[in-house]
Each structure stands twice: as C-alpha cells, then as structure tokens.
Design a protein around this ligand. Structure first.
Ligand code: SF4
Length: 448
C-alpha cells in the first residue's frame, strides 16, 4: 500500500532545511505521495526511513531496462497521466521486427535501414532503439543464427520473440550478455519463460488475452522473483489497445495497482496491413502510453515523424532544450570573421548556426546561457539584455579572437543596442536581422 503524505512526513527529518527544493518537509512529503518528487532529493532521510518509504517513492510504473552498454534502453518509470502535470520520463523504445522466415537479402536490407535511418536534431541523434527477432520458423538453429547476425550488426537492444522457451533459450545462447527482452510469457509457458528470465537476469514481457489474464501473469512472474516486466494486453485493434494503455496507466497511477504497474509493448503492425496506417497507429502509442512500439519495418517517411513526435512529447515542458554556453566556430572563422550572438535555446542555436552555414561565410557565434529561452522570450524576461550580455561577451574571450570588435545582435534584441554600446565601449554594436532566414543575405554585406 502506498503511504499518505502525512505518513511520509512522519518519517522525514522535519528540519525544513529546504535542500530538497521545497521549503518544508511537509511539502516534500505531499509531493512524494503525489509522485511529483523523488526520495533521493532529500539527503537527510535515514536508512530506516528510506526502506519504509521505498513503496511510496517507487514510480507507479516500474522502470525497466533492456540491453547493455551504451545503447541500454530504459522504459517506464512514469509518474503522471498527463505531461503537463510534471513530465514523461522515458521515451518509448521503437523496435524493428525481423522474422526468421524472411530471406537473407531482406534481413540485410532491414539491418541496413536500421543503421542508416538516423537523424540529428537539436544536438540529439534520433533513431530506432531495438531489433525484435521473431521466431516464425519453429527452428531453434535458424532463430539463433538470425539473433547472432543481428547482434553482430548492431549494439542495439534485442527482443527475442517466441512462445517456445526452447527457442528463446537458443536466442539467449547468442545474446544473453545483451540482456534481451524475452517476449512473451503466456498462460501456457509462463513457468518456462520466467525461469529463463530469472536465470539470465533478463526482462520479460507477458502477453494475456485481456487485462485479467495479464494480471494473473504478472502475479506469477513477480512471485517467481522477476520484476522487470513489460505488458502486452493482447489487443490487436487500435481502439482496444489504446483503451488498454489508458487502463493500465490509470490503474497503476490512480489506484496504485502494482500488478499493472509496468511499461507496455505494442504491435501496431498487427493492427493493420497498411504501412502508413501502422505509422499513424504507432503515433497514437507514442502519445499514450506505449513503452516499446514494434514496427513491422522502418521507412524514413514514417520513422522520422514518429521520432520527432517522441522527442516533442518526452521533452520536459518545464525545461527547454538548451545548448551549452560558449563560442561556436562555424566554417573555420579567422580574425576578420563576423561575430554574432544568440541565446542557448537549442532550436534558436540550430536555426542560427544552420543559416550561417548556408551563407558559407565563416563566423563566430556566441551562445549565451538564457536558461534555454529563445531571443524574444529571454529579452522579455530580462535574461538577454545589455546588463547580462556585456559581462558574458567580456568573459567569453571573443575579443582576443577578432581584430574588428563588431558584435551582431539579433534584430529582436535591437532595443539593447544603446545599452550595449555603453557597456561594451570598445565594441561596435550592429543590429542583425529579426528573422534567421535573412542572416545569409545580411552576412554577404557584412564588412570587418
Ligand atoms: S531536504 Fe529533507 S529534511 Fe530538508 S526540507 Fe526537504 S525533506 Fe525536509
């Protein structure tokens, strides 16, 4: 049973030191009970109290990791129904399905697409995360060979898909060290698959025909000592699968029902034969509340929008994506190159740097920390004004890199030019364009 805020409060030090980010222990206790804070935020809680608080502080949806090394994927760990309540924690993994009945050239083509379809956006690499190897041949040797090939081709996480524990065991021979997800424990094989998961310390997915059967399965698997579980509710229509996602999340969060408190796995490709509909269905599960989304194939035109949707939904709404403050050299600038300044909102940085690259004129771009706010917002918030910009420019060291001492500020911060002329008396302040798209034309007329 989860503890109430008052029960949690009784276990806290009650010193109201504020180190957890809220002014009182009571406020922290209430946040903890509501799943809006993590116990680790209080450095003073005793070990004894920690043990008692574990239940209250554990996320209602258990976090589960798949894979090993750099590409370990963590899913679940969610604490809210809606992103605006706090944030969504761990983006769903996107998996590519490869069956052991497809011919070698198709396997190679899929592996090639898996590694090639990667996109850089706001400083992040967007790509699919997992390969799901599906046993359809019933041949353990064939399955093992394919798992081996997948393992050699990528360091990504692997999902082993079979209802036959012997075939899953063959797959594990090839990749147990990758800690693959075993899919799936059903009412007919739950003991065998759970033993494999336990012996190899791997996560396991349970598949029921409905949520009641899922609960029976999670009961058996957890009683056997395996807690890293994903849930396949068994629904294969969009409507039922969507409803199941909401039921599962709501049961775990609102009713503290631990037996459904696990991330889910969904198969939109088993809900339609139309690849574009599959992508649309997948997009529904990105928003609500897929833990792993297995796609029947990867194509850039459907994968990219899903990756961008995932990025957007799982960005912390209270913390904008930010770029590191500093001097960015674009195109190999020298002492006569233009110097521009902007804020560290990632999208602003990537747009401005992109337009500078397009101009083919080497530049220095000063990126100032404005807590991830865009130029207009940072200016309105008093974070991108002369008093703040001038000390940053002085400390940045840009004055030693150029002879001309001309600084181009964004058009939206034009009102700061007078103040900057005063604060940076040895610099000439130039007002650049308001729109990033006009930067290339502006730079072409720039003179040192
Ligand atoms: S850090 Fe711990 S002791 Fe300090 S106010 Fe927060 S809950 Fe209380």
């Amino acid at each position: 049973m989860a503890l109430t805020g008052i029960q949690i409060f009784k276990l806290l030090p009650k010193t109201n030191c504020g180190e957890c980010g809220v002014p009182t222990c009571l406020a922290f206790a209430m946040n903890l009970a509501a799943g809006k804070a993590e116990l680790i935020a209080c450095p003073h809680v005793s070990e004894e109290a920690k043990a008692q608080l574990e239940e209250a502080s554990a996320p209602p949806i258990r976090p589960v990791t798949i894979g090993s090394g750099n590409r370990t994927l963590k899913v679940g760990g969610e604490t809210v129904m809606f992103r605006h309540e706090k944030r969504f924690e761990n983006p769903p993994g996107i998996a590519l399905l490869i069956s052991d009945t497809v011919d070698e050239s198709e396997v190679n083509a899929r592996l090639e697409r898996f590694s090639q379809l990667q996109y850089e956006r706001v400083g992040l690499t967007l790509r699919a995360d997992l390969i799901a190897v599906k046993d359809e041949s019933g041949d353990a040797g064939k399955f093992e060979a394919l798992v081996n090939k997948v393992k050699q081709s990528s360091d990504c996480g692997i999902i082993l898909m079979s209802t036959n524990p012997d075939i899953l065991s063959a797959g594990l021979k090839a990749c147990a060290d990758r800690k693959p997800l075993l899919y799936a424990a059903t009412k007919d094989n739950v003991e065998g698959v759970t033993s494999l998961a336990k012996e190899n310390s791997c996560p396991v997915a349970v598949k029921g025909s409905d949520l009641d059967e899922v609960v029976e399965l999670t009961t058996k698997v957890t009683e056997a000592g395996v807690n890293n579980i994903l849930i396949d509710s068994g629904s294969r229509t969009l409507r039922r699968a969507f409803e199941d996602q909401i039921w599962i999340r709501s049961a775990a969060l609102n009713n503290k029902f631990r037996l459904l408190g696990f991330p889910t796995i969904v198969f939109p490709g088993e809900m339609t034969d139309d690849p574009m509909k599959e992508a649309v269905f997948a997009s529904v599960f990105v928003a609500k509340y897929g833990g792993i989304i297995v796609l029947s194939d990867l194509q850039g035109e459907s994968l990219f929008p899903l990756l961008v949707e995932r990025l957007n939904v799982y960005t912390d709404p209270q913390r904008p994506l930010a770029t590191t403050q500093g001097i960015y050299e674009i195109g190999g600038p020298d002492e006569n190159s233009p110097v521009l300044i902007t804020t560290n909102f990632s999208l602003t940085y990537f747009l401005v740097s992109g337009y500078i690259e397009t101009s083919k004129i080497p530049c220095y771009l000063l990126v100032m920390n404005t807590d991830g706010l865009s130029v207009m917002t940072a200016w309105a918030a008093g974070k991108f004004v002369a008093d703040a910009i001038a000390p940053f420019v002085k400390k940045s060291g840009i004055a030693d890199k150029v002879k001309h001492h001309k600084l181009v500020i964004p058009g939206h911060a034009a009102a700061e030019s007078g103040g900057l002329e005063e604060e940076l008396s040895d610099w000439e302040i130039l007002v650049g364009p308001r729109e990033g798209a006009h930067i290339p034309a502006y730079l072409k007329s720039w003179k040192p």
